[in-house]
Design a protein around this ligand. Structure first.
Ligand code: 5AD
Ligand code: SF4
Length: 472
C-alpha cells in the first residue's frame, strides 16, 4: 500500500526529473481483463483532469474494456476526482452513495483516482468508511493502472497506490481523445507557486516541463490526424521551461508550436507573475495563437494578494492587463476570483469590484474561499461569516454577468471565425464551436461542416452562447 503524505508532497528537492519513454507496459493477461466488460468514468474538475481521463480511457481500451455512459451497465466504475474546493468533494461523496447501493445489487469494481486520492484526509476516510472501494490511485499512478486493476481483480483486499513526491514525466501513456478536431496537449505537470489557498502543488507535485521536442512531435502528429486546434495545458504555463536544463521558455515554445502551422493554439492557465513581454510579442505576431487569455486575478486587494502568496499587486496586475489589451488586437480576457479569503474586509472586496469595473472581463469563474487541509490559508483565523461571503459572491457575479453580456452584445451582426467541433447539444440541426476569442456559438449547419473553420455572422446573443449563420 502506498499512501499519500502531505509533508512529502510539500517537498521540492533538486532531484532530476526523469523522462520516461517506456514506463507504460501491458501484459497479455492485462489485455484480457476487460474482454466483454464495460467501464464507466466520471471526471470532476479542470482540463488537466479531463485530459487525464483521456489517458485512463485509452489504458482501459488497451485492456479491452468498452466505455458505457450508464452507471448501471458498468463492470468497472472509475471516479477521477477534484480537490480544489469542498463542493467538489461533496459531489464525489454523493455519487459514492449511489455506487454503494449498486454494488449491493451486482458485481462491480470501483476505482477512486485523481486529486482527492492525493489527500491524506480523504484516503484515511476511504480506509475507515469506504472499505468497499476496490482501488485508489493517485495522479502520479495512472500509468500503473493495468497493474493496479490486475491486483484488485486477483486480491480481494483494497488496493491503494498513491505516490506523493513523484517527479517523473511519462511520455508513452496512450490517449483516447474526446474530440476529433481539438486536442489538449500537456506541456508541464505540477506547480511550484504554492499560493496559500491552493491544494494543487500538493496533489500534482513539483513542476515538471515536458521536453520541447516531445510537445512539437505531438502537435505535428495531431495535425496529420486532422486536428485543427491544440490547447497547451499546465497549472501555470508561463513558467514552462524554468525547470529544464536548457534555455527555453514559454515564448520559445509558443513560437515553435505556431510554426507547426496548426490552425489554432490556445494555452491555459497563465499566472500574471510569469507573463513577460516576449510572450506578448509572440502572441501578437502569430495569427494562429488565439487572442484569448485566462488571467486569474484571485483578488483586487494588494493586502489579500500578499496573504494569498500571489506575488503581484493590484497595480502590477492592471499594468499587465492593459498591456495585453493594447498589444494583442481583439483579445478576450477571462479570470478567476476568490471572495471571502480569511479576513477580507469590505474595503478589500471593493478593491476587487474596482478591478472588475476597470477590466470588464469577458467572463469569470468566481468562488467562495474553501479551506483545504494542509494549506497555509486553512490555518488563518477568519472572522467573516459565510452569510457575508455569500452576499459578496452574489454582488460580484452580478457585475461579472453585466460585463460579460456587454462584451457579448458587441458581437451582434459581426462576422467571426468559428471552428465547428461537434453537434450542438442545445439546438437541433446545429453544430457548435468557439470563436477565436472563446465564445460559444451554435450554427445551423450539416455534418459536412464538422471540423471546419468557418466565417459566421452572429444573429443573436444568449446568456451563455450565441447563434450564428455561415457566410461563404
Ligand atoms: N478556495 C476557493 N477557490 C479556490 N481556487 C483554488 N483553490 C481554491 C480554494 N481553496 C480557485 C482559484 C483558481 C481556480 C482554479 O480555483 O480561483 O484559479
Ligand atoms: Fe494553485 Fe497558485 Fe499553482 Fe495556480 S499557480 S495551481 S492557484 S498554487
Amino acid at each position: 500500500m502506498n499512501l499519500p503524505n502531505l509533508n512529502e508532497a510539500r517537498k521540492r528537492t533538486n532531484k532530476k526529473v526523469e523522462i520516461r519513454e517506456d514506463k507504460y507496459k501491458l501484459s497479455n493477461t492485462q489485455k484480457a481483463i476487460g474482454i466483454n466488460k464495460n467501464y464507466f468514468i466520471k471526471t470532476y474538475g479542470c482540463q488537466m483532469n479531463e485530459h487525464d481521463s483521456e489517458n485512463i480511457k485509452a489504458i482501459l481500451n488497451d485492456m479491452n474494456f468498452n466505455e458505457t455512459d450508464t452507471l448501471e451497465q458498468a463492470d468497472l466504475i472509475i471516479l477521477n476526482t477534484c480537490a480544489i474546493r469542498e463542493n467538489a468533494h461533496n459531489k464525489v461523496f454523493g455519487l459514492l452513495g449511489r455506487i454503494k447501493h449498486l454494488k449491493q445489487t451486482k458485481e462491480v469494481m470501483v476505482g477512486f483516482g485523481g486529486c482527492m486520492a492525493q489527500e491524506e484526509v480523504i484516503v484515511d476516510e476511504i480506509l475507515n468508511k469506504y472499505k468497499w472501494i476496490d482501488f485508489v490511485f493517485g495522479t502520479h499512478n495512472i500509468v500503473n493502472l493495468p497493474n493496479i486493476i490486475e491486483n484488485a481483480t486477483n486480491n480481494k483486499k483494497q488496493e491503494i497506490e498513491v505516490f506523493s513526491g513523484e517527479g517523473e514525466v511519462i511520455e508513452n501513456i496512450p490517449v483516447k481523445r474526446d474530440n476529433k478536431y481539438k486536442a489538449w496537449v500537456n506541456i508541464m505537470y505540477g506547480c511550484d507557486k504554492f499560493c496559500t489557498y491552493c491544494i494543487v502543488p500538493y496533489t500534482r507535485g513539483k513542476q515538471r516541463s515536458r521536453l520541447p521536442k516531445h510537445i512539437i512531435d505531438e502537435v505535428n502528429s495531431l495535425i496529420k490526424e486532422g486536428y485543427k486546434e491544440v490547447t497547451l495545458l499546465g497549472q501555470n504555463v508561463n513558467a514552462y521551461g524554468k525547470d529544464l536544463e536548457i534555455d527555453y521558455t514559454m515564448a520559445n515554445l509558443l513560437e515553435d508550436v505556431a510554426k507547426t502551422k496548426i490552425d489554432r493554439i490556445r494555452f491555459v492557465t497563465s499566472h500574471p507573475w510569469d507573463f513577460n513581454d516576449e510572450m506578448i510579442d509572440i502572441i501578437s505576431k502569430y495569427d494562429n495563437i488565439m487572442p484569448y487569455i485566462h488571467l486569474p486575478l484571485q483578488s483586487g486587494s494588494s493586502k489579500i494578494l500578499k496573504l494569498m502568496g500571489r506575488r503581484y499587486t493590484k497595480e502590477q496586475y492592471l499594468e499587465l492587463f492593459k498591456k495585453l489589451k493594447s498589444k494583442i488586437s481583439n483579445v478576450a480576457i477571462t479570470t478567476d476570483i476568490i471572495v471571502g479569503f480569511p479576513n477580507e474586509t469590505e474595503e478589500d472586496f471593493n478593491d476587487t469590484l474596482d478591478i472588475v469595473n476597470t477590466c470588464k472581463y469577458d467572463s469569470a469563474f468566481t468562488f467562495i474561499f474553501s479551506p483545504r487541509v494542509g494549506t497555509p490559508a486553512s490555518k488563518m483565523l477568519d472572522s467573516i461569516s459565510l452569510e457575508i461571503k455569500e452576499a459578496r459572491l452574489q454582488k460580484l457575479n452580478q457585475l461579472i454577468n453585466k460585463y460579460s453580456k456587454e462584451n457579448n452584445d458587441k458581437y451582434l451582426n459581426k462576422t467571426v471565425s468559428v471552428l465547428l467541433d461537434d453537434y450542438s447539444s442545445k439546438k437541433k440541426d446545429c453544430l457548435k464551436g468557439y470563436t477565436d476569442t472563446m465564445k460559444l456559438v451554435n450554427v445551423k449547419a450539416d455534418s459536412s461542416y464538422l471540423g471546419k473553420i468557418v466565417n459566421v455572422k452572429i444573429t443573436s446573443i444568449k446568456t451563455w452562447s450565441m447563434d450564428g449563420e455561415i457566410v461563404e
